[in-house]
Design a protein around this ligand. Sequence first.
Ligand SMILES: NC(=O)c1ccc[n+]([C@@H]2O[C@H](COP(=O)([O-])OP(=O)(O)OC[C@H]3O[C@@H](n4cnc5c(N)ncnc54)[C@H](O)[C@@H]3O)[C@@H](O)[C@H]2O)c1
Ligand SMILES: O=P(O)(O)OC[C@@H](O)[C@@H](O)[C@H](O)[C@H](O)CO
Length: 399
Amino acid sequence: MNDVNIDRPKAVHFGAGNIGRGFIGLILTKSGYDVCFVTRSQTKIEQFNLRKEYPITIANETKDRILVKNVEAVSTDDTLSVVKKIVDAKIITTALGVSNLPTIAENIALGIKARIIKNNKNPLHIIACENIIGASSKLKKYVYSYLPASMHEQASQFVAFPNAAVDRIVPVQYHKDPLEVTVEPYFEWVIESSQLQEKLPTIQDVQFVDSLDAYIERKLFTVNTAHCSAAYFGYLKGYSTIQEVMKDPQLSMEVQKVMNETGEMLIEKYDLDEQEHKRYIRKILHRFANPNLKDKIVRVGRSPLRKLSINDRLVKPTVQAYELGMDISNLTKAIAAALHFDYIKDPEAVKLNEELEKYDIHLVISKYLGIPKAHPIHEKVAAKYKEIKNRNLKVKTLS
Ligand SMILES: NC(=O)c1ccc[n+]([C@@H]2O[C@H](COP(=O)([O-])OP(=O)(O)OC[C@H]3O[C@@H](n4cnc5c(N)ncnc54)[C@H](O)[C@@H]3O)[C@@H](O)[C@H]2O)c1
Ligand SMILES: O=P(O)(O)OC[C@@H](O)[C@@H](O)[C@H](O)[C@H](O)CO
């Protein structure tokens, strides 16, 4: 057991979920930080504060174990404690889902305010580790909306919100121990250095880059586009895990074809090395198939309205590939499959299906995907959506 040490740099991490414990907490503590998790779960708070450590299992053949030390936790509702932690922190990270970012903004603003009042001008880096383009910039807007305008200039002198891309597959966990987490061996964390305050935070295994654009699009439009395509194709065929999908030769090929389409676009847009990108795709297929992980389709396909929105992993690469005159037949198939994701425990899937029942497919494509009826992609998606619908109806009638 380890105690929080006065000399070690402090990090505050919002969200003690899968990627928070399985990736961010591990990297930060390995880099010498004491990490305070801010969480909603009372059980996790008790366990973190009692043990000050938690186990990670790497989903490789030898199932390697790592003990993450120097951790503690406070409740997200305990504003006073959260603010105290922020006053002493060098770095704040989040991994709670994009839609939850507004829920932590006020506490972060109060922490910044307290630092200004105490004249603590030490650099503070706030990094949102969420699966969208520009997550930290988005969080900055929420945080600044809680800061008095008179403090904006002062805050910008010591607080930075560098955008980042994080990659590690961490499924939903089913351990007895509420802190234990099993993760894939692979990981990548890239942070935009142009937005850093002068004194860079030292974080091991992190790649700092001048511009994040190519990195985030490469990650989001290869790993995540393919991942959700696997989920939506697999859901239609009645599978329950991504590993099952990847064992199906036809579906595995379809997932690869989706990556080939985004790949062609990314190679052209960012002048990527073609052979290297092909290796990246092969590696991803291998990661998805990892037999030591069980990653549920309903986790990977979660929040379909978010994933179908105009700047996310499905529509954005499709529009970009189309504009470059490239083939988008597999991407439009994936979008159509996503529109059929009707898992009843997923609130966004429920809403999507209510909308599809209330209105016709064209209105849903215009309203939620942001593709107007006049755009050629609109009709391609609608046609594929109807094709899947008719096929499903036929299967139901026959059975
Ligand atoms: N799991 C992965 O493989 C993975 C990989 C890369 C990035 N991500 C991204 O990381 C984020 C988190 O994903 P996850 O899989 O860890 O989800 P998760 O549901 O396991 O974890 C999110 C946690 O945040 C907590 N939370 C929500 N609002 C909060 C608040 N106001 N204060 C404190 N805690 C709060 C939730 O209770 C939950 O425990 C998402 O944006 C996801 O896209 C996930
Ligand atoms: O977290 P989401 O809902 O944006 O996407 C689901 C998965 O594709 C995602 O969590 C991946 O496992 C992760 O992005 C891999 O780095």
